[in-house]
Design a protein around this ligand. Structure first.
Ligand code: DQA
Length: 146
């Protein structure tokens, strides 16, 4: 089984970006850790990051037929992008949403996710480790479907 990891805008700056909110792990460190978890789960990980909404949508389209599901941190597009949710529903790609911070404990504009209603589930507020929980949950859900 192949699964995708998709990171949205400004997540390429993790490590130095507001570390009191997002922690000190860099995105390459998070991806490396997730690859280790993926190997232990017996799945293959593809990963991509973009600061552009259109590129994220194109990546979801490109993964149709290639990956079985996606772990996504859409960054601020979480709160605005109906188009990104449409990309998942249009491709029927199952996904788990992840956020480093607890978006429900932050500013009101971060408390709503445009993606959540189409997601298998969401992990938020658990820092970089949340990616691991999201991957484990995604793989378990995908295996339960087959
Ligand atoms: C985030 C939360 C978003 O509100 C924010 O725009 C991000 C990161 C998180 O991982 O906590 O870029 O998705």
């Amino acid at each position: 089984m192949i699964v995708g990891l998709l990171n949205g805008p400004n997540l390429n700056l993790l490590g130095t970006r507001e570390p009191s909110i997002y922690g000190t792990a860099t995105l390459p460190e998070i991806v490396a850790q997730l690859n280790t978890v993926a190997v232990s789960l017996g799945v293959e990980l593809r990963d991509a990051q973009s600061n552009s909404e259109g590129d994220l949508i194109d990546q979801v389209h490109a993964w149709r037929g290639e990956v079985s599901g996606v772990v996504i941190n859409a960054g601020a597009y979480t709160h605005t992008s109906l188009a990104l949710r449409d990309a998942f529903t249009a491709t029927s790609l199952p996904f788990v949403e992840v956020h480093l911070s607890n978006i429900h404990a932050r500013e009101p504009e971060r408390r709503h996710s445009m993606l959540a209603s189409a997601a298998i589930g969401m992990v938020c507020g658990l820092g970089a480790e949340g990616y691991e929980y999201a991957l484990r949950g995604l793989v378990r859900a995908l295996r339960a479907r087959t």
